[in-house]
Design a protein around this ligand. Sequence first.
Ligand code: ADP
Ligand code: MG
Length: 297
Amino acid sequence: MSIEVTNISKVYGTQKALNQVSFKVNKSEIVGFLGPNGAGKSTMMKILTTYLDASDGKAKVNGHDTKANTKQVQQSVGYLPEHNPLYLEQYVREYLSFNAQVYGVAKSRINEVIELTGLTSEAHKKISQLSKGYRQRVGLANALLHNPEVLILDEPTTGLDPNQLVDIRNLIKNIGKEKTVFLSTHIMQEVEAMCDRVIIINKGEIVANTTLKALQTEKEQVVVVEFDYRVEDAFLLKLPKVKAVENTHDFVYEITFATADDMRSHVFDFAHDNQLKILQLNQKNASLETLFRELTS
Ligand code: ADP
Ligand code: MG
């Protein structure tokens, strides 16, 4: 077991940030820790990385207790904190060398992590000269320096542009082939793009813990369709296996079907039969989004 959290609570003064939180993360899993702002994600991650003591409960990383075996936990875990604090005036290689020295990591590892995180062409630059995406890579390289078993990444993609987002997600997925990754996010698509499992937290409490597979096989599906003209909801409700129709804006409709089968061709035929033109037609993985909204609103 890579992470084992049992009844962790955390109180800041009078503010209860975590309330009896329990969950496990298996070796080599990529688990998304999903929740709205203020849910307690960063607090949980700081406890797991020994930056913060829990008020109550027990947490183990790689089998080591976060309170009793701080050092072993730190050796087991690579941490990318929220907002990735970097020394902007340092050069990439200099920054990594400095930290390698602090952690007693062999010099040869510096080139390894530079290569692993795709920083080779940027390693000679000052951190201040790097884009946000490359700065995140520096943070990831730093987290990987001591070759930890477990990576804890606190909102690793927040503030990235769409291209950088895809690059960093791919990088994390790649790293996740060899390591356990526990990453926080408030973006559902992120979980869908990267994770095997999702743990949803709201107001300091775990409200869901499920594999993406289980969610995807739930027998419900949403098709988003844009016509070139208005259609009566009642009309769309005649589609086979339809459960609900929502006109989200203009001529865009979200049609929920009570089946896991791809229903887009039925929508297409419907449009054709009724002389409507389709401007867009997409299948949306509704389950996670619906679940998130239901559980955190
Ligand atoms: P998230 O990372 O999910 O956005 P946090 O763990 O940062 O959530 O915060 C959880 C709750 O604890 C929030 O209500 C936040 O305001 C509060 N909180 C976080 N850090 C502190 C602190 N140092 N002192 C007081 N309250 C805090
Ligand atoms: Mg946070």
